[in-house]
Design a protein around this ligand. Structure first.
Ligand code: ADP
Length: 177
């Protein structure tokens, strides 16, 4: 995202964020309640660079963001080196352990790889501001929130695609290109 030209279109974060209405829902992790197997399946079934972590599927309240590569490495490590970890072991992003039955297999604790302050904007944030923040902070992605609920994600590539689209629609650029 080069800082050469200003982005002057009147589009909003909601116009650029994914998923689109026709897309499958956002792939999120919950801070507790998922098993190693479930998280591994999510990783295998998707190619996304990262996953938002929410309090629960129902609340969709954002807790943080975890990078795919950190998740893969940590799960592999736990499978290999943490005693007693099995497919049904719980995966926890929480700081404190929720109560578990004494017979449950040991949990995999991943609080340490969770980014607790991922950048967020609202659905109404003008893209002009989003582009500026991506440039200034060198972001790779940001999350889109409305009324405390996580609604979407915008990656750097989404922005680049959007800018290319807008440039093509711009009558002046059609005239001069
Ligand atoms: P990039 O945009 O650089 O290819 P990703 O592979 O992470 O990065 O994302 C691919 C597409 O999927 C983008 O349009 C992005 O907005 C969207 N996306 C990213 N993460 C998720 C996710 N966890 N759930 C649903 N869609 C996502």
């Amino acid at each position: 995202l080069e800082a050469k030209e200003e982005f002057r279109h009147k589009t909003l974060a909601t116009d650029v964020m994914r998923p689109r209405q026709s897309d499958p829902p956002l792939s999120v992790l919950t801070q507790s309640g998922m098993s190693v197997e479930e998280v591994e399946r999510l990783i295998a079934d998707t190619t996304y660079s990262g996953f938002p972590v929410v309090i629960s599927q129902q609340s969709q309240r954002l807790v943080g963001f975890v990078l795919r590569r950190d998740l893969v490495i940590s799960l592999e490590n736990a499978r290999r080196h943490q005693e007693g970890v099995v497919s049904v072991s719980a995966v926890l992003f929480t700081e404190c352990d929720p109560p578990a039955s004494p017979s449950a297999p040991p949990a995999v604790k991943l609080h340490n790889i969770l980014d607790l302050s991922p950048f967020t904007v609202t659905v109404h944030t003008p893209m002009e501001i989003v582009v500026d923040i991506f440039r200034k902070l060198g972001l790779r992605q940001c999350l889109v929130i409305q009324n405390g609920r996580l609604l979407g994600i915008i990656t750097k590539k989404d922005i680049l695609k959007h800018m290319a689209q807008m440039a093509n629609r711009d009558p002046e650029s059609i005239l001069f290109n």
